[in-house]
Every structure is written in C-alpha cells, then in structure tokens.
Design a protein around this ligand. Structure first.
Ligand code: SF4
Length: 366
C-alpha cells in the first residue's frame, strides 16, 4: 500500500495499540487535534488517533514494540509494514525552580517540534453554545496535565532545554483566544521575544486574526518566523454550526488578514489549518485552498479527529478516499505555485504530522 494511503487510513480509522505504553505519552485533550500518538512510518512521523472511539474499533493494530522500538502494523491481523515510536523526550524529566514539570509547559509534537498553548483558556470555550465543537482546550487543564498560563520565562527555559537535550528544530505556539482585541497576538509576541532571547529556534505563532493588522509586524519583529490563522472550516454554514463563537470573525476578515500578513512573514510562511470531515465538501475545500495559495498562504488540510469528551466525539472521521480526493489535487496545486512544506520556517505545515499532505507533496514532486 502506498505510504500516503496508509497514513490516510491510519489517521481516519486510528489504531488499536496492543501495548498501550508503546511510544511516549500521547496527546490527550488540549487545543486543536488530540488523542493521538506519534509514529514513524517510512521516514514520516505522523500523529495517529489512538484514544478516539473509532480507534477502538479500527481494523488496524500495532503490535508491542521490540527492543529497538519497532512494531508491526497489521490490518485485520495481516502484517502491512513497520512503524516505530519517537522516544520519550529528555526534557520531560525536568521541572522549573518552582516545581512545574516542563511537560506541563510544552510538549513534543511529531518528531522534533516543541508545542505549547500559551493561554489554556479561551473566550470561545466558556459556553457550550460558543465553543468550537471539536476543541478540548479545557480538558487537559481540568485534568491537571497543563497550566493555565505559560509565562515567557517558563517558555524560554523549556525551549532552551528541549533544543539542547532533544534536538527540537522548531516550535509551535498556539493560544486560546483572550477577551482582548488582539485575539492572542500580544501574548504570542511577548512569548516569542523571550524564547528568541534564550535560544535560536524558529517559531510559528497561531491565533485568530487580530483586529489591527499592525500586530503582524510586531509579531514578526518579536521573533515569530511563521504565522497560522486557522479557518478550521471553510463554508459559512459549517463554520457557524461547528464553531459559532469563532465564526463571528468572518471569512472575509480572514482573507484580509492573510493578505496583510503574507507581505510581513513572506510567501508560504503564513498558513491555515483546515479540518476535513466536518461538513465542507471537497470542492469547497479545494476552492478556498486555491484562493489561499494565490495569496501565498499554505492551506494545511488535516483529517478531523473526534476527540473524546468533546461535543463531536461521536462524529465520524473522514473516509480515507475523501482525504485522498482532496490531498492529491491540493499537493499538485501547491507544487504548481511553488509552495512547499519543507520551505516553511516553523509550525504545523512544516511538521506535517497531522496529515498525509506532505507525503502527497513528495509524490507530486517526483
Ligand atoms: S502538525 Fe501541528 S498540531 Fe500536528 S503534530 Fe505537528 S505541530 Fe502538532
């Protein structure tokens, strides 16, 4: 089976782990996609759902790893290939002077990405009617797996250690949306400045479009190398249904913000996350992606993962064929425009672990 097809299958259906302790701690709860475990397949490290309802019924299983950390992946008991698990990062064993474990401040994503949610609270998360239906930002906080606010000094300390001990090559800073008009740009700015003062590490910031485009220059000057403003869904009806609070910032405003941000960060350094499987048609996703690519924005399309405990926990993930029908033409569009995941300085598009898109890109390039 081609690698991109296997990744689509694993990300849609999830896997059953014969040994639940295989690999290091998985992401549970938190902002954005979650309930995954990182696995490396054919040189690509991808996030595969292991704690979702579909994963418990998945035809795919991963056997207990051998002493070198390698496991066989099976479909209905028939071996298909080999996967391995990234080792537990060493920075997870450290704590700040006041006793906060580093893993509550930032975590390893994929193979070499340090990820943090600077503010673990969000104005969109307060009421059930406004919350983004796919998001679990409050769950990891309620479970004590993180802290509500990571200070710039804490982030700098953890980033420095993660680079020195674990070879981290870039960092993702996302944030819940605060009640201010900057929609998180200010906390990302101060956090990036502190990290950059401590260690030379490319950083992507992720927030909603701020009210004032002047924030883009401030963020860039502070040390953010790339910016993500995440549409999540692309048609107004789907946005209003799935994320009634966040949809108050219109698609028109997102497109304006992208057009203002690209000249500041550079072509291909501004990206957006699009969750396929929430109701948008493939035609709608490809149509918006075409507009974004024309603006110089990298549309990172990922399969929706139904996170346990969220209102969408029973919503089915997209079928592998649906992802294939989006990612294959999208990779060709990106190639024609000269936008490549590997040219992104930092962030989700560069990491690529939540989607098979970069694997399709590699195929489109040959
Ligand atoms: S693509 Fe983004 S959210 Fe997914 S593992 Fe990589 S950094 Fe984390």
């Amino acid at each position: 089976m081609p690698t991109e097809q296997l990744i689509n299958e694993l990300q849609s259906y999830g896997v059953r782990l014969v040994d639940p302790k295989a690999g290091h701690e998985s992401r549970r709860g938190g902002a954005g996609p979650s309930d995954h475990k990182a696995m490396t397949i054919d040189g690509m490290t991808v996030m595969v759902p292991v704690h979702t309802a579909p994963a418990f019924e998945s035809p795919y299983s991963v056997e207990k790893p051998d002493e070198r950390g390698r496991s066989r992946v099976n479909r209905d008991g028939v071996p298909l290939g080999e996967v391995s698990f990234p080792v537990r990062p060493r920075f997870y064993d450290l704590a700040t002077a006041d006793g906060v474990p580093y893993w509550k401040i930032a975590v390893l994503h994929g193979r070499d990405v340090l990820a943090t949610t600077v503010l673990q609270t969000c104005i969109r998360y307060r009421s059930r009617t406004k919350t983004c239906q796919f998001c679990a930002i409050g769950q990891s906080l309620a479970a004590g797996r993180t802290i509500a606010r990571k200070t710039p000094a804490q982030l700098a300390e953890v980033a420095k250690a993660a680079v020195a001990l674990d070879g981290i090559t870039h960092m993702v800073m996302t944030t819940g949306t605060p009640p201010e008009h900057d929609r998180g740009a200010a906390v990302l700015t101060e956090s990036a400045a502190a990290v950059k003062a401590a260690v030379a590490l490319p950083i992507q910031g992720q927030c909603e479009p701020p009210d004032d485009d002047a924030w883009f220059s401030r963020m860039k000057a502070a040390g953010l190398d790339a910016l993500g403003m995440h549409l999540e869904a692309v048609t107004p009806e789907v946005r209003a249904r799935i994320m009634p609070g966040k949809a108050q910032v219109s698609l028109v405003r997102y497109l304006e913000a992208f057009a203002a941000a690209v000249p500041v960060f550079g072509r291909g350094q501004v990206s957006t996350y699009i969750l396929a499987g929430l109701g948008d048609t493939k035609e709608a996703i490809l149509e918006v992606s075409e507009k974004l690519i024309a603006l110089g924005v990298y549309p990172f399309v990922v399969p929706f993962v139904p996170i346990s405990g969220t209102p969408l926990e029973s919503h089915p993930p997209p079928l592998p064929a649906f992802m294939h029908e989006i990612l294959q033409p999208l990779a060709l569009m990106l190639r024609a425009a000269g936008l490549r995941a590997i040219d992104i300085e930092a962030g989700c598009g560069k990491c690529g672990a939540c989607s098979a898109l970069s694997t399709y890109e590699r195929g489109a390039a040959t």
